[in-house]
Ligand binder design. Structure first.
Ligand SMILES: *[C@@H]1O[C@H](CO)[C@@H](O)[C@H](O)[C@H]1NC(C)=O
Ligand SMILES: *[C@@H]1O[C@H](CO)[C@@H](O)[C@H](O)[C@H]1NC(C)=O
Ligand SMILES: *[C@@H]1O[C@H](CO)[C@@H](O)[C@H](O)[C@H]1NC(C)=O
Ligand SMILES: *[C@@H]1O[C@H](CO)[C@@H](O)[C@H](O)[C@H]1NC(C)=O
Ligand SMILES: *[C@@H]1O[C@H](CO)[C@@H](O)[C@H](O)[C@H]1NC(C)=O
Ligand SMILES: *[C@@H]1O[C@H](CO)[C@@H](O)[C@H](O)[C@H]1NC(C)=O
Ligand SMILES: *[C@@H]1O[C@H](CO)[C@@H](O)[C@H](O)[C@H]1NC(C)=O
Length: 479
């Protein structure tokens, strides 16, 4: 392990140096005052003879003078996906769920040449076999993966704005990824990603580290200086646990800190993550990871089926996927919480939005016993019939172009098996079997906007309930 034993610092002797600093500061101040009144003076050159006037200029504008200002699109992103031959077959459906042949750019890095190399399917990214040894033996997986960025850069560097690194079990939502990266100036030095949901993982590595499974984006200028210095970094941090840890240390050496983007999900969680996905933060969903470690996303479906199913709602409207809307049916005192394209929950009680946006803890810790476990507040799980919702899961989507609407339906997959809530009058929701959600076809702009509002229509004595999504009115309060 590369650990540094902290040196014992000698106690500072303050007196003398302080006096010297103060007196030299006064002299500098006096000099500045004298010279600043003279328009021809060159104060900096007199005080700091080695500094040229260019010293403080930002250098990237000089390096990249022809800044393209067209909107960022998928063609500006190059992916570097790490995998190994042994597990690739079992995981390739994750990559193929989002990879767009002839459209997405990038490579799959394998530890060795695959057997079926000649008949490599066109639906998968091109394969590069990473140069494992680098002249040394026992090169770790971490180093092999970190080197992927260098090889990717060497292969693809024209009209690239972003390099995105990920694992073979990372699932991207490409339109949302573009939408998120678009916000940042690709001519700047950006390291975009997200830390873990698990406090202990962040505490072990860093709260400011982009976790690799969630995907990490480097702007082109940052990738170019990273690649130049990569070998130095790999040497310095060769004992690191993961490639994302090496890259994080390297970022610190280059002086670039993480830009947290809430839609990247490492998913260092176990069990049923529907609670989290039913109360997603108000940000575009960019990625999901570790889907092998958690239960299938939908009840009564296996993992691959669940992913395919989720992709059908993503295809209809990626911008709204998992976006939460909250509305109330006052005649029954019910609360509705929608996670677009994924789930709807009905509570037989009026619950405030501030509480409904807190995920129900359906999931467990990544490592058992850690306290606090999660980077988010959670609710329940409860047995109180007023706190336990009726769960409905995404079933189908229909693009009703004629009406400029997208219609998604959600169905009850299991009975609630609890008595009614009596707090706000007894109004059982047991008879509701299906919920129809009507949303606008226009893309949702999340940046700087409010959550969308909704109205509940058709409730009484019907087993089908309909919800309409609309922009909130200017002074509207949800509730
Ligand atoms: C992406 O933008 C570039 C301009 O920067 C344009 O030439 C290209 O056609 C666009 N590609 C797609 C897929 O929209
Ligand atoms: C990709 O492009 C090549 C040549 O342009 C074409 O032959 C191939 O069918 C395309 N593949 C897909 C999956 O569209
Ligand atoms: C791998 O490393 C060897 C020796 O350093 C070098 O000759 C070869 O070109 C490298 N291959 C790739 C794909 O970089
Ligand atoms: C950029 O890519 C080309 C191949 O497309 C490669 O020859 C060149 O070395 C790359 N530049 C850098 C700085 O890696
Ligand atoms: C809703 O709840 C309030 C307070 O709990 C109650 O006074 C009211 O009668 C309830 N409305 C209905 C329709 O049950
Ligand atoms: C429903 O009951 C809760 C708890 O008693 C109360 O806080 C809330 O105001 C009631 N809702 C309505 C609409 O009266
Ligand atoms: C809803 O009720 C109608 C008749 O009351 C019935 O035919 C239909 O199957 C029910 N739908 C569901 C989803 O339970």
């Amino acid at each position: 392990m590369f650990t540094q034993i902290p040196k014992k610092s000698t106690p500072p002797r303050i007196r003398k140096p302080t006096i010297i600093i103060f007196s030299s500061l006064s002299i500098i101040l006096i000099l500045i005052l004298i010279f600043s009144t003279n328009p021809c003076s060159q104060t900096t050159q007199i005080l700091f003879p080695n500094f040229t006037p260019n010293y403080f200029k930002n250098t990237y504008n000089i390096l990249y003078p022809n800044q393209e200002t067209t909107p960022t699109n998928i063609s500006h992103i190059v992916f570097s996906i790490a995998s190994i031959v042994k597990t690739w077959h079992a995981r390739k459906h994750y990559v193929e769920s989002w990879w767009r042949p002839n459209e997405t750019r990038g490579f799959l890095f394998l530890d060795q040449a695959p057997n079926q190399h000649l008949s490599w399917p066109p639906t998968s990214p091109r394969v590069l076999v990473s140069n494992e040894t680098m002249g040394q033996k026992d090169v770790s997986r971490a180093i092999r993966i970190a080197r992927g960025i260098k090889e990717t850069f060497k292969m693809e560097n024209t009209s690239v704005r972003w390099y995105v690194m990920a694992d073979d079990d990372t699932v991207f939502f490409l339109e949302n990824l573009v939408e998120v990266l678009k916000k940042y100036d690709h001519n700047g030095y950006y390291y975009v990603g997200m830390n873990s949901e698990s406090v202990i993982s962040n505490n072990l590595f860093s709260f400011e580290m982009g976790f690799g499974g969630a995907g990490i984006a480097f702007s082109y200028p940052l990738a170019s200086i990273l690649v130049k210095n990569l070998d130095v970094c790999l040497k310095r941090y060769r004992g690191s646990y993961g490639s994302d840890q090496i890259l994080h240390s390297c970022m610190a050496d280059l002086g670039v800190s993480l830009t947290h983007a809430k839609g990247f999900h490492q998913i260092d969680l176990r069990g049923d993550i529907s609670g989290l996905l039913s109360a997603h933060p108000q940000a575009p969903l960019v990625s999901l990871h570790h889907l092998d470690s958690v239960e299938p996303l939908f009840p009564a479906m296996d993992r691959p089926q669940s992913l395919t199913h989720l992709m059908t709602s993503a295809k209809a409207d990626q911008s709204r996927l998992f976006q939460q809307s909250i509305c109330y049916n006052h005649p029954t005192n019910w609360s509705f919480s929608l996670s677009w394209g994924y789930s709807v929950q009905i509570y037989e009680k009026t619950i405030a939005p501030s509480l409904l946006q807190v995920p129900i803890q359906t999931f467990r810790e990544w490592l058992p016993g850690a306290r606090p476990a999660f980077m988010l507040k959670t609710r329940g799980p409860s047995k109180d019939p007023c706190e336990v919702p009726h769960y409905f899961y995404f079933d189908s989507v229909e693009d009703s172009g004629r009406w400029q609407q997208v219609v998604t339906t959600y169905v009850r997959r299991f009975p609630r098996r609890l008595p009614h809530c009596v707090v706000n009058g007894t109004h059982s929701a047991d008879y509701v079997e299906k919920i129809i959600v009507i949303s606008p076809v226009t893309r949702l702009q999340t940046e700087g906007s409010r959550r969308e509002c909704c109205d509940v229509v058709h409730v009484e004595k019907e087993n089908v309930t309909t919800i309409k999504i609309r922009p909130c009115m200017k002074y509207e309060m949800i509730g």
